[in-house]
Ligand binder design. Structure first.
Ligand code: SF4
Length: 396
């Protein structure tokens, strides 16, 4: 990306004040033991991971933690969230994880919500006992049934990962570890049956399911077979919405659907997939580089770089980076199509990475525009119908 494509033409109001980072993603291990075909880190043209240390050193962890504490002090944050991420974070090994967790707790020294996002392949009782003892929540990635998962989430030699991940999910679903089971991330595959996918994930009784649209942009559009129709991704989510809305599960939340309901009822979104809420996540790479959310790597190599490093720069400096400012501006950062769109205050042009088009950067509508409109208008219609129904009944 050239500097031309940065949002230099953004109108930043005089009274704009950056929103402090509240979540910090630590890339503690750069490599992965899987080779998922849609992975934005390893399959979408970004090679920056090759030049970074394989494992984050304890020195970098300590420096990053000190910067997080500095940022929390400067913005009077009562609590912060730190997510251990990769590559695959469990490749760091149990001993290094013990060291990392201790360093973070000692250095950050306030209410610290710790989480690890893993593919689950290496998750065993020893790891889980550590996370249970230290209060580290565990998020797992699984794309539905074993067959659906294994179409995409495979080892480099082509073997599927489902058996190993299902074993890990079986452990997490057991009473001993349920308290640390945060939820399941599932990437939408329109070739999979949506209800079968949803029911499969529910079996593990996660607290949260989040369905993610596969990373794509105008240069690399999503897989969309002609027979699937123009709103295949939206239709897929609508099927799950109807099942979930008609038979709500009090023990399992579905984030993207809850966020859309919140938005159409006038609330805010806490998901970067939808809405206009400011993004308050910073990523720290294994060499200490401060980056924007790394899903931007799906747009072009180096898209999330800021040129800053925890060794020399505060997170407050990162808050002034144009790419981060653009993601905190809300409607002021939208492209012309979205500004004139009647549902833009709910849609927010979707995920920032999905707006990218070479030459015009990120001020475009989402490559999932039609799908977002389909699911948002469907949710709005159903919620509005319920409200009318309840109001009518109250008036009877
Ligand atoms: S991405 Fe499409 S639906 Fe969303 S705000 Fe933009 S134009 Fe509207």
């Amino acid at each position: 990306m050239t500097s031309r494509e940065w949002p230099a033409n953004l109108q930043v109001a005089d009274d704009f004040r950056p929103h402090a980072f509240r979540e910090f993603v630590l890339k503690i291990h750069q490599r992965c033991n899987l080779a998922c075909d849609y992975c934005y880190v390893y399959t979408m043209g970004d090679d920056t991971w090759r030049d970074r240390p394989t494992r984050m050193s304890v020195d970098v962890v300590r420096t990053a933690a000190a910067r997080i504490a500095e940022h929390a002090d400067a913005h009077d944050l009562r609590s912060v969230r730190v997510v251990l991420h990769g590559g695959e974070p469990l490749l760091a090994g149990r001993d290094r994880l013990v060291e990392i967790i201790a360093t973070l707790k000692r250095t950050i020294g306030r209410e610290l919500r710790l989480a690890v996002q893993t593919n689950g392949v290496l998750l065993d009782e020893a790891m889980l006992d550590l996370f249970r003892a230290e209060g580290v929540e565990v998020g797992i990635s699984l794309d539905g049934t074993g067959a659906d998962n294994d179409r995409h989430r495979r080892y480099a030699d082509g073997r599927g990962s489902a058996v190993a991940v299902e074993r890990a999910l079986g452990l997490l679903a057991a009473e001993r570890y349920r308290a640390v089971f945060a939820g399941i991330l599932c990437t939408v595959d329109i070739a999979a049956d949506p209800l079968e996918t949803y029911e499969t994930l529910l079996r593990y009784r996660p607290k949260l399911i989040d369905f993610l649209l596969p990373h794509a942009n105008w240069a690399r559009p999503p897989v969309r077979p002609a027979e699937a129709g123009e709103t295949a991704y939206g239709d897929w989510l609508v099927s799950i919405f109807d099942r979930w809305y008609d038979a709500p599960r009090i023990d399992t939340r579905v984030r993207i659907l809850e966020e859309i309901i919140s938005l159409v009822l006038g609330g805010a979104s806490r998901s970067e997939q939808i809405g206009l809420s400011p993004v308050t996540v910073a990523v720290i790479e294994s060499d200490g580089d401060i980056e924007q959310v790394d899903s931007l790597k799906s747009a072009y190599p180096g898209a999330c770089a800021t040129g800053l490093n925890v060794a020399t720069d505060s997170f407050d400096r990162a808050l002034r980076h144009p790419g981060i400012v653009a993601r905190q501006l809300g409607a002021a950062a939208l492209g012309p199509d979205c500004v004139s769109c009647p549902i833009h205050q709910w849609c927010g042009a979707g995920h920032y990475a999905h707006r990218y088009r070479p030459g015009s950067g990120f001020r475009n509508r989402s490559v999932y525009c039609a799908d977002l409109a389909r699911i948002i208008t469907h949710v709005r219609r159903r919620v509005a119908a319920d409200l009318v129904d309840q109001t009518g009944r109250r008036g009877e």
